[in-house]
Design a protein around this ligand. Structure first.
Ligand SMILES: Cc1cc2nc3c(=O)[nH]c(=O)nc-3n(C[C@H](O)[C@H](O)[C@H](O)COP(=O)(O)OP(=O)(O)OC[C@H]3O[C@@H](n4cnc5c(N)ncnc54)[C@H](O)[C@@H]3O)c2cc1C
Length: 407
């Protein structure tokens, strides 16, 4: 056997097919009885398979992994992923406002089936119910053991995913192999996961969504650590929606956090202040809800007024002195939501943490200390925000390793 690929998820299916097309014999071992389970569950079963962004803009969204991801994203940019799916019989459509790309059919199963068909037609030997127990160097190759078999191969690609959504078969097995090989693993934590808040006023707003907001993550000293302009949803336990979930990896590592929600993202502080002053000056005065208009739910405006120390839910603006008006502007431009943690692995779309990137050659995804060992996809310490970036990272890293292996 030339190459063993471990894990028939997004990265494994892509890599196995590309390597097999290059003429190498490929064994793909999958723990569960089906391939691409997370693809099937993704994007609310619609599968947001990539982004509308170009390679460098997509790389920027990987934060500290931006430089690491650049070569792979340039070699297989989002547009090329779309072309590939078109060629596999899965045309795609854009949702440009959130930079997302979906199959035109809106069916995740079409994406999974296309990858699976391509792998099988390239003569990949796919074995289900083959949970890999160990991966060890042996001679000038590798030995991979499942409860039933021991296989030897020249090269091995690890793509067993992370620990999120354990019911899909991803229970962090890859981290054990990496640690056994004495490779550096950044502690895995749940990411792209809803946030908890213990403030009852937050729970009381459950069901209200803010489609136009910017969420800022503040540390204990009030410094902005990260920000994301995406929709946010109040839930019975805290905050959800992409704006909140995109900030969750920081929270999952512990500490004291606050989310500041900009309720008026299209206005600067000064413009908002002027608007409130103008509204207060209208004949007969004007109340907050009327001044702000239909755009924001009254209960959220009430929460902002309360946070500004105003007892009335819908205050008359001409009765506010300058100090209280400034406090109101502050609350509207950054409604403070105390955060107490994240929901657990069962609710996390991805895992942050994994194999430290400095252990890997970013052009080939080969592990520096172990020639012949490749690590791709979510098992690496890289996490993109919601919006197709994580599948894109899986495909781009798979393509980079496969090109190298196929020679
Ligand atoms: C509910 C949900 C929705 C999501 N929606 C999106 C989305 O719309 N867009 C997006 O970009 N990302 C989305 N993601 C994230 C995306 O699914 C992952 O980032 C992506 O699947 C990672 O690909 P991977 O191949 O590295 O790992 P996975 O796709 O998780 O594949 C890993 C495979 O390895 C197998 N495996 C595990 N252990 C072993 C073992 N010991 N032996 C053999 N096989 C093993 C697993 O069974 C699995 O098949 C979503 C995730 C979830 C959970």
């Amino acid at each position: 056997m030339d190459i063993i690929v471990i894990g028939a998820g997004a990265a494994g299916l892509w890599a196995a097919e590309r390597v097999a097309r290059g003429g190498r014999s490929v064994l793909l071992l999958e723990k569960t009885s089906r391939a691409g389970t997370k693809i099937l569950a993704s994007g609310g079963t619609r599968c947001n398979l990539t982004t509308t962004l170009a390679a460098d803009a997509a790389a920027r969204l990987f934060g500290p992994a931006e430089r690491f991801m650049q070569p792979a994203l340039r070699a297989l940019p989002p547009a090329r992923v779309r072309e590939r799916f078109h060629a596999l019989g899965v045309p795609t459509v854009e949702e440009p406002e959130l930079e997302k790309v979906f199959p035109a059919s809106d069916k995740a199963i079409d994406v999974r089936d296309a990858l699976l068909r391509a792998a099988l037609s390239a003569r990949v030997d796919l074995r289900y119910d083959s949970a890999v127990r160990s991966v060890e160097p042996s001679g000038d190759g590798w030995t991979v053991a499942t409860p039933q078999d021991r296989f030897t191969c020249q090269k091995v690609i690890l793509c067993a995913g992370g620990s999120s959504y354990p019911r899909t078969g991803c229970t962090g097995d890859g981290y054990t192999w990496l640690r056994t090989l004495d490779l550096p693993v950044i502690d895995p934590v749940p990411a792209l996961v809803p946030l908890r808040s213990s403030a009852p006023w937050v729970h009381a707003l459950s069901g209200i969504s803010l489609p136009q907001t910017e969420a800022r993550l503040l540390d204990a000293a009030g410094r902005t650590i990260a920000r994301r302009a995406r929709p946010v949803l109040f839930t019975h336990v805290g905050l959800s929606g992409p704006g909140a979930m995109d900030l969750s990896a920081h929270v999952a590592r512990g500490g004291t956090w606050t989310i500041a929600l900009d309720l008026m993202p299209t206005l600067s502080d000064q413009e908002l202040q002027r608007m409130l002053v103008d509204a207060a000056g209208r004949p007969g005065g004007c109340r907050l809800i009327r001044a702000i208009g239909e755009g924001l739910p009254a209960r959220v405006l009430g929460a902002a007024a309360h946070q500004a120390g105003i007892t009335e839910e819908n205050p008359a603006l001409h009765q506010l002195d300058r100090t209280r008006r400034l406090k109101l502007v502050d609350a509207l431009k950054g409604l403070r939501v105390p955060i107490s943690g994240v929901l657990g692995w069962d609710h996390a779309e991805v895992t942050a943490g994994g194999l430290a990137l400095e252990a890997v050659d970013r052009r080939t995804f080969e592990v520096r200390r172990y020639p012949g060992l490749f690590v791709i996809g979510e098992l690496l310490d890289l996490t993109g925000p919601i919006g197709g970036l994580n599948f894109q990272a899986a495909f781009s890293s798979a393509e980079a390793a496969a090109r190298h292996l196929a020679g």
